[in-house]
Write a protein that binds this ligand. Structure first.
Ligand code: ATP
Ligand code: MG
Length: 764
């Protein structure tokens, strides 16, 4: 087991049972060390498989860890506590839902569900959407939860802060009423549960004799506290991480946890790994050179003896469509050479970028698989079916009620729903609870819907999960609705995929033949026998199987939404955001959209911390590749209905030229670019967009990145003079003809966006 590890890795694997930190760069074997340590601990008899708790960042990583583990040791990994923070907390709360004051069938809101729940709350509270935009309220609530704060813990200095705390409270009340929890709540509840209930806490502290954490740099304050609480006084925590790969600060991740852990717990037991086993020299040196531009680093060295390999290739295309086409041609060539498609990854900064790439791959019939993004379980038609399923499981789930009460249309109008919501608010009940009190015809229509849900719930007592889903699709009217829809065919196919996904899930979890709504007999009996508060005191706490197949599937859909089951197993090109690629590796990687404002993202450019996080993200992207790395960019891009003309990403300039090979001619910055123009490249995003409707035809746009007005041609980088503002540089362009605009960075007058047809500008 220890063979093939280098001495530092071996030291890490065989450390005595104390807190320890492995701090090392990308591809140095952190995850491998962590997995090997799990196997080693088991094999040397220091702990049984069930005495381990291991946390990883994605479900994919958790599965991979279990696969690697069973390759090292012939053990049954089923039922082991290996998963994401959310997955493990969910499991804890299901097992102890009573103590956590949750209904057994509590539903999990993803962030889109959460946003609509917040909008509903704001509306019920009569809150002005202008003053308290739902997204801001959502960010505030999630931020508070990540810091472990309840409404009463907030600092309410002024009226505004008091109001926000009040909204947070109202949202919580609504969630309680509906029996739903959001992602942040999963963690906070689980934390509070352990903190409050000493017997439960002590049980798990005894049970887990070793805790291991991968990607430690991305834990937030609450996750860290949860871990240390679970560890208690005796359980050692083995954490591995890389500060240069901390990419979730925007979601509350706190690199400070590493420093704190090192100082307070690991006290000097820090192991560094310096040899990279993943990437060839050019790739590794590029990544090292790039990250050296960051100032806030703990500092590490990484070297490889894998040889130089090929330089990074850089490709610039006129448009995103051409970029996608180029990618597809290239990938087909790689596949023809015999490279497995799954060893090829296309990475992008934002989900929205995947569309043209998917389109090109699809047209060329190259199999591909998208992680994240418009996830399978997030597609509209899937969410509709899931909403029906959730109502079967828990009719008080108002979010689901609102989603499908009038979908497909049943003639239930907005007024009826308002009336229903008012009644529900008055009697403090769920929407379902208010149906009986809605008078007249409206009441009758609502009652019919309530009856439909009851009938579906009845069906769940006999049908198994895949059958139930087929039944719901049919009886809800969704099937007829999509059949009548011209574009409904795709959606129907996706619904069929949902049935397939459910069948696979049932088989995997051992639920075959069980009615969807029934809790497996053994688990139910165990829980019944142990009584409400003895459940955890029987030596083994209730298994996650206290859930019915339906309940388990709904959790799975909320928590593991990342994978499109439909294409599992197929040898397919991997598409994902850079965030989703963390921890993974591929033979060939394409990083796309290397344009200012896109990567680095425009939102990050306002402060140095934001830019450093983007650079760490780029570091993660670069270090995913083993052999071949290609960087692509487009001069124009259609995004969110806007055409944007971006400059080359600064990250390309931060990689030493000796590692790059330009496949397409390197576009020089425009000759007219004045010497001070460097300023905007550091300080500002490089783009400007406008509504798509007023654009010149696509073909015309993509021929050049310039915009012609009269006899002058404006390009990005052009020097210009304005009568009042003086001299400046064009940093972004959009539109054409009368709609053409330029964003100009003036030397003295700051940045202005000017209509080219109106402003009197002279190209220098
Ligand atoms: P990241 O920071 O990206 O998560 P990591 O530090 O977790 O990377 P691993 O994924 O564990 O790195 O390892 C990177 C690659 O190097 C893997 O393919 C792994 O199998 C391989 N590897 C690790 N250690 C060794 C070794 N001693 N000999 C050969 N290959 C190794
Ligand atoms: Mg790793």
């Amino acid at each position: 087991m220890l063979e093939g590890l280098n001495p530092q890795q071996r030291d890490a694997v065989t450390l005595p049972a104390e807190h320890a930190l492995v701090l090392a760069g990308a591809g140095s074997g952190k995850t491998r060390v962590l997995t090997t340590r799990m196997a080693w601990l088991i094999q040397t008899g220091q702990v049984g498989p069930h005495g381990l708790l291991a946390v990883t960042f994605t479900n994919k990583a958790a599965r991979e860890m279990l696969t690697r583990l069973s390759a090292l040791l012939p053990i049954n990994t089923r039922g082991m506590w290996v998963g994401t923070f959310h997955g493990l907390c969910n499991r804890l709360l299901r097992a102890h839902h009573r103590e956590a004051q949750l209904p057994q069938a509590f539903q999990i809101l993803d962030s889109a569900d959460q946003l609509s729940a917040i909008k509903r709350m704001l509306k019920a509270a009569g809150i002005d959407d202008e003053r308290f935009p739902a997204r801001d309220v959502q960010r505030m609530i999630n931020g508070a939860k990540e810091d472990g704060l309840r409404p009463g813990d907030l600092d309410v200095r002024d009226a505004h802060a008091r109001r926000l705390a009040d909204l947070y409270q109202r949202y919580q009340d609504q969630c309680e009423r509906e029996g739903v929890v959001d992602f942040g709540e999963l963690l906070l509840r689980a934390y509070e549960l352990l903190q409050r209930e000493a017997p439960i806490r002590e049980h798990y502290q005894r049970r887990f004799q070793q805790i291991l954490v991968d990607e430690f740099q991305d834990t937030n304050v609450l996750q860290y506290r949860w871990l240390m609480l679970l560890a208690g006084a005796h359980t050692p925590v083995f954490a591995v991480g890389d500060d240069d790969q901390s990419i979730y600060a925007f979601r509350g991740a706190n690199v400070g946890n590493m420093a704190d852990f090192e100082q307070r717990h690991a006290q000097g037991r820090v192991i560094r790994l310096e040899q990279n086993y993943r990437s060839h020299g050019h790739i590794l040196d590029s990544a090292n050179a790039l990250i050296a531009h960051n100032t806030r680093r703990l500092g590490k060295n990484l070297w490889t003896d894998a040889g130089e390999g090929e330089p990074l290739r850089v490709v610039e295309q006129a448009s995103d469509a051409l970029e996608a086409q180029w990618l597809v041609d290239e990938i087909r060539a790689l596949i023809r050479e015999g490279r497995p498609a799954r060893e090829i990854a296309i990475l992008y900064r934002s989900n929205a970028q995947s569309r043209p790439i998917e389109h090109a791959l699809f047209s060329a019939r190259v199999p591909y698989r998208v992680y994240g993004g418009q996830r399978f379980f997030e597609r509209l038609e899937i969410k509709h079916v899931l909403a029906y399923l959730r109502l079967i499981d828990n009719p008080d789930d108002d979010t689901s009620w609102m989603r499908v009460v009038n979908f497909p249309t049943r003639g239930i109008g907005a007024r009826t729903l308002e009336q229903q919501a008012d009644i529900a608010a008055q009697q403090n009940s769920s929407l379902a609870g208010a149906v009986a009190f809605v008078p007249g015809k409206a009441g009758a229509v609502l009652a019919r819907f309530a009856t439909l849900i009851r009938e579906l719930a009845e069906a769940a007592r006999t049908l198994d999960l895949p059958e139930l889903i087929g039944h719901v699709v049919h009886h809800s009217g969704l099937e007829a609705h999509y059949r009548a829809d011209r574009e409904g065919q795709d959606r129907l196919e996706n619904l069929q995929e949902l049935v397939n996904a459910a069948a696979a899930f049932v088989a995997e979890e051992g639920f075959q033949g069980l009615p969807a709504g029934r809790v497996p007999a053994a688990a139910a009996a165990a829980e019944a026998a142990s009584g409400p508060d003895a459940a955890f005191d029987m030596g083994a706490e209730p298994s996650p199987a206290v859930m019915s197949p339906l309940g388990a599937f709904l959790s799975h859909a909320s928590l593991e939404a990342g994978d499109n089951q439909a294409q599992a197993g197929e040898d397919a090109v991997q598409l994902m955001t850079v965030h989703a690629a963390k921890g993974l590796e591929f033979d060939a990687v394409f990083i796309t959209g290397l344009e200012e404002g896109l990567f680095p993202h425009e939102n990050s450019l306002l402060d140095a911390g934001g830019l450093e996080e983007e650079r760490r993200l780029m570091y993660v992207a670069l270090t995913r590749a083993r052999e071949r790395l290609t960087l692509t960019l487009a001069q124009s891009r259609m995004l969110h209905g806007q055409t944007r003309y971006g400059m080359r990403s600064r990250f390309l300039d931060e990689i030493p030229e000796e590692h790059l090979k330009w496949i397409t001619p390197r576009q020089r910055p425009a000759a007219a670019q004045p010497p001070w123009s460097g300023a905007f490249r550091r300080g500002l995003g490089g783009w400007q967009g406008e509504a798509g409707s007023s654009f010149a035809p696509r073909a015309a746009r993509t021929q050049s990145s310039g915009v012609t007005v009269g006899d002058q041609c404006f390009r990005i980088g052009s020097g210009v003079r304005h009568g009042r503002f003086g001299e400046g540089t064009v940093v972004a362009l959009s539109g054409s003809g009368a709609e053409a605009q330029a964003r100009i960075e003036f030397r003295d007058a700051g940045t202005k966006t000017l209509a080219l047809g109106v402003a009197k500008l002279e190209v220098l």
